[in-house]
Design a protein around this ligand. Structure first.
Ligand SMILES: *Cc1c(COP(=O)(O)O)cnc(C)c1O
Length: 420
């Protein structure tokens, strides 16, 4: 039953959010809830229901195109101009593959994208990404067929890969382009290097397979990385001697992009670094200047005055011994703002910092504003972002003892992403 007063379905709202902002991008982008600030173009006709209003208070994530471009340039500089296979796995580490994938794929230094789920790769194709996309996971025959039909490169490393690829090739009537993942000692994914030779020979010689690339993954233990590199080199030398073409070679995620230049091969394969998370050592900090790429924002929805004796939040979490103002933000744990932020983190509003004091609940956060009413309903609050050292992703990660990745991986996939 349709009630005229019922709120818009989320998807419909997101479509409107996208279209009313003067989108210069494809309609596929609009339908995914990714909006792009492309100036103040006229609102397209056809948006008959409630229009996007810039005063909405629902939290959102901003992706700063200039910061991404900067990090990509830094990565390309470290790699001496080699192309970047940008890793956007796990929903772009939480920031949103449908938004981040196209954003990165637009950059000239990015040669392709790498995901771990078939669904992620297909989502990015749907968003109009035309550059190569590698799925760094083994898949079943149906999934490999789907990837092949959508110009996505599957990875293989299991013993039964030749048979599987043969059956898929028969279905699609052409060789299946794939990437070979070699395990040089991490013992997570990959065909173990010590027994890879016969397997590689079979795949390279198979009329059903087109070997598009070959790669390995490092452990980030620099001494053992060198051992892994030597093992990979030995295998590559063996293949070269036998004229076995292995396609594009790549190996280096962020840590080895910084610390193992001999492993940069044809492309480098960083994720974290592009997301503004370099290795933690001093040397890495000196080698490149990586910037925060996103903000988590919302608007103040309530400002109230407390007298001594009043309290705010569950279990009277905040009990000031002085008169003070409190502000309510409609954002909480389920959006990705950690509960450990209560009593440890601050939020930036109009250039000033306010402590989180009344708890971070599922969908609410209460700030202590202080004696003066310096905040009003509708003001924009930055919980995480580049605008002040106290709200940097790394600061929030440190103060909540969660770590950078835990913070970004917790971002709710349903929050609208806005590219600014
Ligand atoms: C995650 C991952 C990467 C990227 O690693 P970062 O440390 O985020 O740069 C590269 N390759 C593989 C196989 C991965 O799983």
């Amino acid at each position: 039953m349709d009630r005229p007063s019922s709120p818009l379905p989320r998807r419909r709202f997101l479509q409107l959010t996208g279209t009313a902002m003067g989108l210069a991008t494809t309609s596929a982008c609009a339908s995914s809830g990714v909006s792009v600030n492309a100036g103040s173009g006229p609102a397209p006709t056809g948006a008959t229901a409630r229009a996007y209003t810039p005063t909405r208070s629902d939290p959102w994530i901003e992706l700063d195109r200039a910061a991404w471009a900067h990090n990509v340039r830094e990565a390309a500089r470290l790699a001496d101009g080699r192309p970047i296979l940008a890793v956007v796995k796990n929903n772009a580490y939480g920031l949103g593959d449908r938004a981040v994938g196209p954003l990165l794929a637009d950059m000239p230094q990015v040669g392709g994208l790498a995901a771990v789920r078939v669904e992620e790769a297909l989502a990015m194709r749907e968003e109009g990404v035309t550059k190569p996309i590698v799925v760094m996971a083994e898949a079943d025959e149906d999934e490999i067929e789907e990837m092949a039909r959508n110009d996505v490169l599957p990875s293989v490393w299991l013993d039964d890969a030749p048979g599987r690829l043969q059956r898929v090739s028969r279905r699609i009537g052409r060789p299946v382009p794939v990437q070979l993942f070699i395990d040089t000692g991490m013992n997570r994914e990959g065909m173990p290097h010590a027994r890879a030779r016969g397997w590689i020979e079979e795949l390279v010689h198979s009329q059903y397979v087109d070997v598009n690339g070959t790669y390995t993954m490092f452990t980030h233990d620099l001494d053992f990385d060198r051992e892994q590199h030597a093992r990979f080199e030995e295998l590559l030398a063996w293949a070269r001697e036998r004229n076995l073409p292995l396609g594009t070679l790549h190996a280096a995620p962020t840590y080895e992009l910084f610390h193992l230049p001999e492993a940069h091969y044809d492309m480098v394969r960083p994720g974290n670094g592009l997301f503004g998370n370099p290795p933690g050592d001093d040397k890495a900090r000196e080698m490149a200047d990586l910037r925060p790429v996103f903000s988590l924002k919302t608007r103040v929805v309530r400002v109230e005055h407390l007298e001594p004796g009043d309290s705010a939040g569950f279990n009277r979490t905040f009990m000031p011994d002085r008169a003070t103002w409190v502000a309510l933000l409609p954002i909480g744990r389920t959006d990705g703002y950690p509960s450990a932020a209560n009593g440890t983190c601050e939020v930036l509003i109009n250039g000033r910092l306010y402590p989180v004091a009344g708890g971070v609940n599922s969908a609410h956060t209460i700030l202590d504003i202080g004696e003066e009413r310096t905040v009003e309903v509708g003001d924009i609050a930055t919980l995480i972002g580049p605008d002040h050292p106290a709200v940097l992703p790394h600061t929030v990660a440190e103060r909540t003892e969660l770590g950078f990745l835990r913070i970004i991986q917790s971002m709710n996939p349903r929050l609208p992403r806005r590219v600014v």
